[in-house]
Structures are given as structure tokens and as C-alpha cells.
Design a protein around this ligand. Structure first.
Ligand code: NAP
Length: 530
């Protein structure tokens, strides 16, 4: 450990650049100086020389077809200063456009000087005597801070395969040609759906290894007309949309109806379901009947509609049964449905095969391809779209040691315990955004993150004003929160979705950098924030 005088000193260190880091940083930095310590190891040779703006948000999630599934304009920071002169060109923006957006945010808020990319935070140790965190990065540099704010999901993946192997959450930064290749995609989550649609356009043969069918919904992507969007900004439509996002359960502009499913006649129901899918997006899941996620029969009715809609697009009955089985794989919506553009048409193609890994588990990935009981499939490219431990992985990968010297991983070995999904007992002055036991995954990211960031900024400002050096969540508050979350969970059909309670409450982003807070007047709220 270096002497304190050699160690960079900050009031706050934010690990993870993206909506979380960008939301918190201005509050931390109102009048202070800042610099950024980097996070995820973005240091491979191919990355050298890339523009710095490429290194932050969605650094790794650059697989073909990657895009968000929140309707424009709500997938952005709600600050007028930012949105008045940046307009997304598509209803569901691509990763390329998100990078342009974050470059805009950095420029507009002059954040670049406060962000240091490409550093890998290895450990964080709490010094009780001085009430400071000591942060060590993999390049040996050390930083001290009073407040530690984390926003860092995780990615993993490996194989002995001798062809080309990629993970959607760790996509390389060179052009990967899918043209005329034999491709295997493992996983049919949001990333899987998006990459399959792209691979389907180009590949010679595509084999999809599916564990759970994705009960995905039509995206109905469209270009946004800049003139029309400008008019919406001037007439208050944007401001109204952002305000609405603050009050709905999903942080979006729509919410469930007041009606139960069987209040309507079958004809009315059919019409209502049609209206929910007609314009695309997640409305069918988020804005349907109010009992859809609490009543199995209501949920069955929704699934039946969804299945009939999908089967019309698949002319191979065997594929139809795999993609939209007669018996639902789980209650509709218990797993987050993805948005698709031509997914079912791609799966319908003659050069596309689906292997059900429940029936035919992958036995091995060998030099030439993948082996299951259904046979060997030789491929040129394997794409893992198997996700990542978005919930706790990033947090637990860092050796964060609390007041008792035990790491976060040790604390959570028997289950995640948090206070209001933002703080952890025994880890004073440490907070995380968009992480476990908060609405994270099932909400529009920017809505959830900005609301947490604002709350956190106020909290820390108060602690600073009251000259409180250390602040820690109590065990009782964490017990109470866990009980409340469990009660809510058990009262819904989400518990039947074959996902764990923590997974439901996980974050969805892969980010690659970390940000450091400033020294002066930290955590002041921006006056311009709505
Ligand atoms: P994901 O949602 O976790 O999906 C992983 C997929 O891989 C699932 O289909 C899973 O099947 C399958 N899988 C995992 N292990 C497997 C195995 N051993 N064998 C076969 N299949 C396996 O991961 P993701 O698609 O990368 O998404 C990660 C997060 O990012 C999610 O929260 C997602 O919503 C978010 N995301 C969002 C967007 C967007 O448009 N907003 C785009 C991409 C990602 P099971 O379902 O059976 O577990």
C-alpha cells in the first residue's frame, strides 16, 4: 500500500460508467474537480487506440443487432439540457446510437475529465478509523474515497472450440463476418434473439440451442422523424413522458389497466390484446389486465393469445412447438419477454435448426463444434448468448471488505441481503445503483437509476451537511426489506418463472468503466434535474 500522500483522494468514487455513473457524477462534482478510475478490463490489444468515448457504456455489448427495448424517448437521462439537442433516430436505439448519446452527455456535462476508462477495480477495503474506502486497481494504483458507489454488472464465458467463439456480452471490436458461416447460438434471451436475427440474414447454416423459448413480442421498430420529435420536445410531450416514467411501476409511460382479464367478454379480450401488440413494444406485458401476473387463469389467457399470434408466423409444426409450446414454459411475463423484429421468420428458415437443450443437453464443445445426444453439429462460429451474472456478479467480483473484514461475496454466500436495494449492512458509505433487490431488471433502466441517484445524492448531501463521517444500513432494515420483497414476490406468478428472486431484481447492463467523484461540494443536486 502506498503512503496516503501518494494515494489519489476523492470524496466519492463511482465504479461503472453508464446511466448510473453519469447520473451520479454531476451531483458529486458540481464544483469539484474529478477524474475517472476505470473498471472492466478493456485493455486487449484490439482496443488500443480506440476513441475514449467508445470505452464506456455498452463497451462489450456490441454484438450484431444489439439494441435497447425501451420505447423512445424514455431510454435516456431526463435532464432537459441533454435531450433538447439530442434526438434518437430510431424508436428502439442501437448500441451505436447509445455510444453517440453517451459522448453527447460527456460533452454537455463536461464529464470526460472526471472519467478514467480502462481500469479494473480489484478490491475495496474499509478503514474504520478514518472512515474511508481504499480502492486498489489491477494496475496497482490506489485511490481513497469517503463514498463508494457501485454500478457494475459482470460477464463470463470460455471454451476449447477451435473455430471463432464469441460472447454477446463481450463482443470484440473488430468486424466479425457472419456471412456464409455455419453458426451456433446458445441462448435465446434478449441478446440471443437480437443476434439470431442478424445471423439469420447472413449465415450458411444457423443452429440455435434453446433452453427456454423466449415469449417475445413484436418490436415494430421505426425511424423517428427529427422534425416530429422536435415538435414533441417543444410542445411538452417529452417532458410529460419523463414525468410519467417517475410514477409508473415499470418506469415507462404506460401501466396496467384497472380491469381484470375476465371482466371482459372473450371478444373484448381479443380486441384488447390485439391493441396491446399492434404498435409493438412491451405493452402486452406491462400494460395489460391487472391480474395477469397474479392469477394463473388470467395469465393462461394471455399466453393463449400470444401463442396463436406466433404460430401464424411459423409453418413448421415441430419448430412451432419448440418456440411456442402448447404448455407454457412458465407463466407469461415471469421471464422478461424480449422484443423481436423478424425472429420467428428467421427461425422458420430452412437453414435454421433449433435444438432443445432440455431434451438434448450440450455434452461437449469440441474442436469442430457442439455435441448433444441429437448428434454433432460442426460450426465455424459459436456465439454464447447465455447472459451474465448481472445481479451480483460485478459486485462480488471485486474484493469489497466491510467492517468485519469479510467480503461482499462471503456476506451473500447464503443469499443476498440489502437495505432497500441500495446499501448493505457492514459496508458503510457504500451504495450501489440498479442492482439486487431493487426494481432494476423489470423497470426502464434510466428511470430506476435516475430516481435512485437523486435519492442517494440527497442522502449524502444531508450526511455531509450534518457532518456524519460514516453511515451504515442496519441488519434490521435489511431483514425488513427482504421480508417485504419476498412477500411481494410470493404474491405473484414471477415466483414460477424458474428464475431466482435475486435474478428478478438484477441489473441489465454491462459497463466497462468507473468514475471518480470530486472533492468539493459533493452530492449537490443539479438544479436543472427534473
Ligand atoms: P439472459 O437474458 O440471461 O439470457 C440468457 C439465455 O441463455 C437464456 O435463454 C438462457 O436460458 C440461456 N442459457 C443460459 N445458460 C444456458 C446453458 N447452459 N445452455 C443453454 N442455454 C443457456 O442474457 P442476455 O440475453 O444476454 O441478457 C442479459 C440481460 O441484458 C437481461 O437482463 C436482458 O434483459 C438484458 N438485455 C436487454 C436488451 C434490450 O434490448 N434491452 C438486449 C440485450 C440484453 P434460460 O432462459 O433457460 O435460463
Amino acid at each position: 500500500m502506498g503512503s496516503t500522500s501518494e494515494i489519489a483522494q476523492y470524496d466519492a468514487l463511482i465504479v461503472g460508467a453508464g446511466f448510473g455513473g453519469y447520473s451520479m457524477l454531476p451531483s458529486c462534482m458540481k464544483e469539484g474537480q474529478a477524474r475517472v478510475e476505470s473498471g472492466e478490463s478493456a485493455k486487449s490489444d484490439e482496443d488500443q487506440g480506440r476513441p475514449q468515448t467508445d470505452r464506456g457504456h455498452r463497451f462489450w455489448n456490441q454484438y450484431p443487432g444489439a439494441r435497447v427495448d425501451s420505447d423512445a424517448p424514455v431510454y435516456q437521462l431526463f435532464d432537459r439540457e441533454l435531450w433538447e439537442d439530442f434526438t434518437f433516430s430510431e424508436r428502439f436505439p442501437s448500441w451505436q446510437e447509445l455510444q453517440r448519446y453517451f459522448a453527447h452527455v460527456e460533452k454537455k456535462w463536461d464529464l470526460r475529465k472526471d472519467i478514467e476508462y480502462c481500469k479494473n477495480v480489484e478490491s475495496a477495503d474499509w478503514d474504520s478509523a478514518r472512515c474511508r474506502w481504499l480502492i486498489t486497481c489491477s494496475d496497482g494504483t490506489e485511490t481513497e474515497c469517503k463514498w463508494l458507489i457501485l454500478y457494475i454488472p459482470n460477464i463470463k464465458g470460455s471454451s476449447e472450440f477451435q473455430g471463432e467463439l464469441y460472447h454477446t456480452a463481450h463482443w470484440p471490436h473488430y468486424d466479425v463476418s457472419l456471412k456464409n458461416k455455419r453458426i451456433a447460438v446458445i441462448g435465446t434471451g434478449a441478446s440471443g434473439i437480437q443476434v439470431i436475427q442478424e445471423a439469420g440474414k447472413h449465415s450458411k447454416r444457423l443452429t440455435v440451442y434453446q433452453r427456454t423459448p423466449n415469449l417475445c413480442l413484436p418490436m415494430v421498430q421505426r425511424k423517428l422523424d427529427p422534425v416530429e420529435e422536435q415538435k414533441k420536445k417543444e410542445t411538452g410531450v417529452y417532458a410529460e413522458a419523463f414525468k410519467k416514467c417517475e410514477s409508473t411501476a415499470g418506469g415507462v409511460t404506460y401501466e396496467r389497466t384497472d380491469k381484470n382479464t375476465f371482466d371482459d367478454t372473450p371478444e373484448e379480450r381479443e380486441k384488447f390484446y390485439q391493441s396491446l401488440v399492434k404498435d409493438g413494444g412491451l405493452q402486452f406485458w406491462v400494460a395489460g389486465y391487472k391480474d395477469m401476473m397474479t392469477d394463473q387463469k388470467a395469465n393462461d389467457a394471455a399466453y393463449d393469445f400470444w401463442r396463436r399470434m406466433v404460430l401464424k408466423r411459423i409453418n413448421n409444426p415441430a419448430k412451432g412447438e419448440l418456440l411456442a409450446p402448447e404448455v407454457p414454459p412458465h407463466p407469461y411475463g415471469a421471464k422478461r419477454p424480449s422484443l423481436e423484429q423478424n425472429y420467428f421468420e428467421v427461425m422458420n428458415q430452412d437453414n435454421v435448426d433449433i435444438i432443445d437443450v432440455n431434451r438434448f443437453p450440450i455434452e461437449e464443445i469440441n474442436a469442430t463444434g457442439l455435441k448433444t445426444a441429437a448428434g454433432q453439429v460442426d460450426v465455424d462460429i459459436i456465439i454464447f448468448a447465455t447472459g451474465f451474472d448481472a445481479l451480483t456478479g460485478g459486485l462480488m467480483d471485486i474484493q469489497i471488505r466491510g467492517t468485519d473484514g469479510r467480503t461482499l461475496m462471503q456476506h451473500w454466500a447464503d443469499g443476498v441481503k440489502t437495505s432497500i436495494g441500495i446499501a448493505v449492512p457492514k459496508f458503510p458509505n457504500m451504495f450501489y445503483l440498479f442492482g439486487p433487490q431493487a426494481p432494476s431488471t423489470f423497470s426502464n433502466g434510466p428511470s430506476c437509476i435516475q430516481s435512485q441517484a437523486r435519492w442517494l445524492a440527497k442522502l449524502v448531501e444531508k450526511l455531509e451537511t450534518d457532518k456524519i463521517k460514516s453511515f451504515e444500513a442496519t441488519e434490521a432494515s435489511a431483514d425488513e426489506w427482504l421480508e417485504m420483497v419476498r412477500d411481494e414476490w410470493d404474491a405473484t406468478l414471477f415466483s414460477k418463472g424458474k428464475i431466482s428472486l435475486p435474478a428478478l431484481l438484477s441489473s441489465i447492463h454491462v459497463l466497462t468503466a468507473c468514475t471518480a467523484g470530486g472533492r468539493a461540494r459533493i452530492f449537490q443536486e443539479r438544479k436543472s434535474n427534473p
